[in-house]
Ligand binder design. Structure first.
Ligand code: SF4
Ligand code: SF4
Length: 200
């Protein structure tokens, strides 16, 4: 199944922004290595709904994926102090939704000039990448192919290249945690996740 591309907004022309230039040059963070689909980050119901409201028809844009051991281990690497919560949130017998990819591993929303979704509509993980919070420290994933990384080299310059601030990253990280069913900050009391958080 494919998303009806005619109904999707166009991505900015290549070269308009750093991620557009990255997409025009080759594989980006929006492309999964074939066979690695199970490791793709989950898309919560809240994030799915936001995309549907923006794009309209999204048939085939999200696919159910089992909560495999490798998937959960990946989440635990992202949130090591929330291991037990993650195991409860993503039980081995359950499923979550992820973005669909084509035969080459490209996200269904990826175009030649980058993501076709407006930035505020993209899943939180997409909006955060390549940044992350390690404990309380702002960090960046080691991503040698990432043009933001190659051009910026330091987190401060990378933030500037993407036109965002440390406060933006901290805010997005908290929102992602909530969307995935975790409390917005590490160490905060557990919040009961909405049953609509994931809809396989
Ligand atoms: S939704 Fe956009 S930013 Fe996220 S993986 Fe797909 S193309 Fe990339
Ligand atoms: S975040 Fe990095 S890898 Fe992803 S599209 Fe932008 S420059 Fe490329």
């Amino acid at each position: 199944m494919n998303v009806d591309r005619m109904l999707l907004p166009e991505a900015p022309p290549p070269g308009e922004d750093v991620c557009g230039r990255c997409a025009a040059a080759g594989p980006t963070c929006c492309t999964l290595s074939p066979g690695q689909e199970e490791l793709c980050f989950p898309v919560s119901e809240m994030e799915r709904t936001r995309i549907v409201e923006q794009v309209g028809l999204t048939l085939g844009a999200f696919v159910p994926e089992g909560n495999s051991g490798a998937f959960v281990a990946n989440l635990v690497r992202l949130f090591p102090s929330d291991r037990d919560r993650l195991i409860r949130l993503f039980p081995e017998t359950g499923q979550h939704l992820r973005l669909a990819v084509d035969g080459s591993g490209n996200c269904v929303f990826l175009r030649a000039g980058g993501c076709s979704l407006p930035r505020p509509v993209r899943p939180y993980y997409c909006r955060l990448f390549p940044f992350w919070l390690t404990g309380k420290a702002l960090s960046a994933f080691a991503a040698p192919g990432c043009l933001v990384h190659r051009q910026g080299r330091t987190v401060v310059r990378m933030l500037a290249l993407l036109g965002c601030t440390e406060a933006d990253v901290r805010d997005l990280h908290g929102r992602l945690r909530l969307a995935w069913g975790l409390p917005p900050k590490e160490g905060m009391p557990f919040v009961t996740p909405s049953p609509a958080r994931f809809r396989p």
